[in-house]
Write a protein that binds this ligand. Structure first.
Ligand code: SF4
Ligand code: SF4
Length: 455
């Protein structure tokens, strides 16, 4: 036996009223265990005989300890290869509009008033049918609507969805969709319609702090008009719809953060509480990074700073019943869509890419980064287009990931970021100790509502 290279541990938890205890986390199983510190020291020293059999069995089950001859990196990447292509949901990202009303400074897209035509929609459908007829057994179709601003291509969304719903009905497949939208046009009535008739279940809307901060970043392209008040009103109205109240659809507010607006995150979270929508929405915190070489990340917080602040924001969310994504990552078998041969991104012109940040940008929009164009014969497609071979890059050791204990839950972060020579390690790498403790207390508090989380 040996202790797995794919484990993480907290420091000793004396200051959290857990004297001589540590939490261990297996990134191979996504499970965490509270253990005595001396037991962890014995594990590190390979001194297994002093540990009782029952605990050894638990540690083995959770892959905290593994066979001493196991090449764990080989096991992990082999599992990834086997599982990646066995996913039985056909997932596509469609960017049906090249247009957007906003001129956010960190966006690298070139916006034009172009929308997916009837002919292009026909090509979307043909391509999706090509995959459905490929012989692989699918249970459902999942579409992510992305832009430009997808709602500026509403007609194309409705038209495409109607055709996909018919295909799903004929083939006994389930259908689901999500949308990344700026929220400017998402009135309550439209939310209700999109959720109930067009099966868009999850909406991601960005607010970069309160109006004072948001309006300096997310203003209209034409007149630099502010947008916070309108977007916020739309979010509130959406939460009052029947579809929202019946939990058929929901909104996550994404907050893009750097040095210039991190101090506006707390006031925004407090505003959610003041306006009574804290119990209805979810939030996600995202560092601003370069996009297509536009230097948007020049004011980024350091990974360590961001990770530290994220813990405080999460604590506030927990205390105020604002939903956030799971604290601890799960085992994943691919970093993102770029690694999946049957996951593609279509733009309004029929161009096909591997990554949703490629369309409409100067750096990645060109032919050299495309899989192809839906108007052309499929034999012309480059099935090894930019980023598709990400799993080979991981295996080659060109990034840090081959040696990293986070790989099974991280997958290597954002392949595009590494492609641009920027390490893509997620916040979890920098605040996992705090997240393990917070997760422990959240699970304890589910058993005992009196527990108070303190740092
Ligand atoms: S490569 Fe990065 S930006 Fe592109 S889809 Fe993957 S995670 Fe997103
Ligand atoms: S991206 Fe960073 S955290 Fe993720 S596996 Fe690679 S080195 Fe580790």
């Amino acid at each position: 036996m040996k202790i797995s290279k794919y484990h993480l541990s907290t420091d000793i938890l004396d200051e959290y009223d857990l004297p001589d205890k540590q939490i261990l986390f297996s990134t191979r199983t996504g499970s965490s265990l509270l253990v005595d510190s001396h037991i962890y020291q014995n594990l590190l020293a390979g001194n297994f005989s002093s540990i009782n059999e029952e605990l050894i069995a638990t540690l083995k089950d959770n892959l905290i300890i593994v066979d001493k001859n196991e090449d764990e990196f080989h096991t992990v990447v082999t599992e990834n290869d086997e599982n990646r292509e066995s996913v039985d949901v056909l997932s596509m990202t469609i960017q049906p509009s090249a247009n957007c009303q906003l001129g956010c400074y960190y966006c690298a897209q070139n916006h034009t008033k172009d929308y997916a035509s009837e002919d292009i929609i026909e090509k979307y459908i043909e391509r999706i049918l090509f995959f459905l007829n490929s012989g692989k057994k699918y249970k459902g179709i999942n579409i992510t609507w992305y832009g430009g601003e997808p709602l500026t291509g509403l007609k194309s969304i409705k038209n495409t969805t109607e055709r996909l719903l018919k295909i799903c009905e004929e083939r006994d497949l389930w259908y689901s969709a999500s949308m990344v939208t700026n929220g400017l046009s998402l009135k309550g009535k439209l939310f209700q319609e999109l959720v109930t008739q067009y099966k868009v279940r999850d909406f991601q809307i960005t607010l970069d702090g309160l109006a004072e901060s948001h309006d300096k970043r997310r203003y209209t392209k034409n007149n630099n008009n502010p947008t916070f008040d309108l977007i916020f009103k739309n979010i509130v109205d959406c939460t009052k719809t029947e579809a929202y109240q019946n939990k058929l659809g929901g909104i996550t507010v994404r907050i893009n953060i750097d040095k210039t607006n991190h101090s506006f995150v707390d006031p925004l979270l407090e505003y959610f509480v003041e306006k009574g929508i804290n119990q209805y929405i979810g939030v996600s915190f995202a560092p601003i990074v370069n996009w297509g070489g536009n230097d948007a990340g020049k004011d980024s917080l350091t990974n360590e700073d961001f990770a530290k602040k994220e813990i405080d924001w999460l604590l506030y969310c927990f205390d105020n019943k604002i939903k956030f994504s799971s604290l601890l990552p799960k085992r994943i078998h691919y970093a993102c869509m770029v690694e999946r041969d049957d996951s593609e991104v279509y733009d309004a012109f029929g161009n096909i890419y591997t990554c949703w940040e490629f369309p409409y940008t100067d750096n990645y929009g060109g032919d050299e980064h495309k899989i192809g164009n839906l108007n052309n014969d499929y034999s012309t497609f480059d099935n090894n287009a930019t980023l598709r071979n990400w799993s080979d890059v991981i295996k080659s050791g060109k990034t840090w990931c081959k040696e990293c204990s986070h790989l099974p839950v991280c997958g290597g972060g954002c392949p595009k970021s590494w492609y641009e020579d920027t390490p893509a390690c997620p916040e979890f790498k920098f605040n996992y100790k705090e997240k393990l403790i917070l997760d422990y207390y959240l699970r304890e508090s589910a058993k005992n509502e009196e527990i108070h989380i303190s740092k």
